[in-house]
Design a protein around this ligand. Structure first.
Ligand code: SF4
Ligand code: F3S
Length: 103
């Protein structure tokens, strides 16, 4: 699953779709963590989709990630600023790819 201490353990290597990206990144096989308040580990996500389908405030969008070994689409927490910290996505993801910093 995602490392909840990623903001200390990893380096911020850039930005995509207005979100922080935390490395290491080595495209297309290694894509890092996207987002900060709502963070998705792209290298863990298998595109289950339960987070996107069930988020009450529609934080997530699908993005294409061709060539990634775990799945060729991922969820981008594009509207992480809208998150109400319900923790549904954290609880529902089958591979624990999401961390929400509710503090
Ligand atoms: Fe959406 Fe709740 Fe996850 Fe925030 S914690 S992104 S509101 S499902
Ligand atoms: Fe990915 Fe988990 Fe959502 S596998 S699509 S972050 S439910």
């Amino acid at each position: 699953g995602i490392d909840p201490n990623f903001e200390d353990a990893r380096e911020r290597v850039g930005e995509e779709n207005g979100l922080d990206v935390w490395g290491p990144v080595d495209e297309p096989e290694k894509l890092g963590i996207h987002g900060s308040h709502v963070a998705v580990d792209y290298d863990v996500c298998i595109a289950d989709g339960a987070c996107l389908e069930n988020c009450p405030v529609d934080v997530f969008d699908w993005v294409d990630t061709p060539g990634h070994p775990a799945s060729e689409t991922k969820v981008e927490p594009t509207r992480e600023d809208q998150c109400i910290d319900c923790m549904l996505c954290v609880d529902i993801c089958p591979v624990d790819a999401i961390d929400v910093d509710a503090s």
